[in-house]
Design a protein around this ligand. Structure first.
Ligand code: 5GP
Length: 178
């Protein structure tokens, strides 16, 4: 199937505003505790980079990344998750927040959370910019959530379709090319 850009779903200003609010929520929740932010590659990179710059400069934050297999070139989740890049650091006893672009079926995050929980972090939370609750196949507790969106495939602000459109500053829906 071939897709083209549809409408803007979330405007740049609204993303910026919400990211600042989420950073403020994180800072209130953790106070002066040291944090490890784990970005899930590649979609969460744009969100993560804005998020850390909205956190107070006094917060001590370590960054790490997890690479997982995703949709490939299709827009449907296979439910199969594979770790392509593991963490570099030991998270035992640390306060960890997993930063995701979008929670759809929840299968990816559920798998990742199980793996990370086994490594004995002091705390483990999820921060996701977008949430499509209508598609959920497993329970996920999202401590910090940006926007709830309808069941539409979206791109931009780090999210891609076949490697395209990650660089868009706004979040768009895609439509099927006729
Ligand atoms: P889940 O395992 O929750 O079904 O899917 C999570 C991953 O699927 C996300 O991290 C993202 O990579 C991809 N994904 C889910 N929905 C969308 C979407 O609407 N647009 C894009 N670009 N990726 C999505």
């Amino acid at each position: 199937m071939n897709f083209e850009l549809g409408d803007v779903l979330i405007r740049r200003e609204d993303i910026g505003q919400r990211v600042r609010e989420m950073a403020s929520d994180i800072s209130s929740a953790y106070g002066d505790k040291e944090l490890v932010l784990v970005g899930v590659l590649k979609g969460a990179v744009v969100f993560l980079s804005d998020l850390i710059r909205s956190l107070p400069v006094s917060m001590v934050i370590e960054l790490d990344f997890l690479g997982v297999s995703s949709y490939g070139s299709s827009t449907e989740s296979s439910g199969v998750v594979r770790i392509i890049k593991d963490l570099d650091i030991n998270i035992s006893g640390r306060n960890v927040i997993v930063v995701e672009d979008i929670v759809d079926t929840g299968l990816t995050l559920s798998y990742l959370m199980n793996i990370l929980r086994e490594r004995d972090p002091e705390t483990l939370d999820v921060c996701a910019l977008l949430d499509k609750p209508s598609r959920r196949k497993t329970d996920i507790d999202i401590a910090f959530r940006g926007f709830e969106i309808p069941d539409e495939f979206v791109v931009g602000y780090g999210l891609d379709y076949s490697g395209k459109w990650r660089n868009l500053p706004e979040i768009y829906t895609v439509t099927e090319k006729s």
